[in-house]
Design a protein around this ligand. Structure first.
Ligand SMILES: C[S@@+](CC[C@H](N)C(=O)[O-])C[C@H]1O[C@@H](n2cnc3c(N)ncnc32)[C@H](O)[C@@H]1O
Length: 245
């Protein structure tokens, strides 16, 4: 089974493809899109869960999403049609770092997709290029809760502790106006949903030629999570404004 399909199967039970629950998402969006007529961009939107929630609750918001996964965007398109918001959503199938728009956006989101830009600060630089003066950026990224194992670093990449992460964001010209640190329950739920959805599909489709492989992917992932990074992995989502324009 290809990686895209595994990725899609893996979060059927967790539509936000990042470790945040529905209430956290609602609160963060409320702090990011509050006027109700904003133009919103999501870089690395996946199935556009953040944008679809925003469009569903704000009838005058318009949105654009960018992702390099055709399957995720197809799912986003279908969901948008089901919700009746497809007229207000434009989806771009391309590398988020190459996205360009003639008109700036009131809010730029990028959650769990900083690798597309080479890290958190380059993601903020990209968002800055797309926002109006006074606009808001909602960005979510990992940090180390404690010293990571070598295996965790190798698997997940290089991050800082939370305080250093914040210091760097502020030194880069941004002021946090809201934030959310994913709780242990949100982090664990995300992993249980990921491995559980894959395992459930595999057990429900024992005759499928991909069944054994999908079960093995779930098992390997669960083992890596518990042995390598559960204690050290943290996730923070920030609502930011430029400190000065
Ligand atoms: C962890 S998912 C997060 C999706 C979404 N932001 C959310 O929170 O539900 C990361 C997304 O980034 C996308 N992505 C990764 N690299 C990308 C790139 N270079 N350009 C565009 N999208 C990218 C993936 O396809 C995936 O949909």
């Amino acid at each position: 089974m290809d990686r895209e399909m595994i990725s899609r199967l893996s979060h059927v039970d967790h539509p936000i493809n990042s470790p945040l629950d529905d209430e956290s998402v609602r609160r963060l969006l409320h702090r990011t899109v509050d006027r109700g007529d904003e133009r919103v961009l999501d870089l690395g939107c996946g199935e556009a869960a953040w944008l679809l929630r925003t469009l569903a609750t704000h009838p005058d918001v318009t949105a654009e999403g960018v992702d390099n996964s055709a399957q995720a965007l197809a799912k986003a398109r279908k969901e948008a049609a089901d919700l009746g918001v497809e007229q207000r959503l434009v989806l771009h199938h391309q590398d988020a770092s190459e996205f360009a728009s003639r008109q700036p956006f009131d809010a730029v989101l990028s959650v769990g997709a900083t690798h597309a830009f080479g890290g958190l600060l380059p993601t903020l630089d990209a968002a800055h290029r797309h926002i109006v003066p006074g606009g808001r950026v909602l960005v979510g990224d990992a940090y180390w809760e404690c010293e990571p194992t070598a295996a965790a670093r190798e698997m997940l990449g290089e991050y800082e502790d939370l305080a250093t992460t914040m210091d760097r964001v502020v030194a880069h010209g941004w002021t946090p106006v809201f934030g959310h640190i994913s709780t242990r329950q949100e982090l664990d739920d995300f992993e249980w949903c990921y491995t559980g959805s894959l395992a459930t599909w595999a057990l429900d489709h024992p005759e499928d030629p991909d069944s054994a492989e999908v079960l093995a992917v779930a098992s390997t992932h669960r083992s890596q999570w518990l042995h390598s990074y559960r204690d050290s992995f943290g996730f923070v989502t920030l609502v930011l404004r430029r400190t000065s324009e």
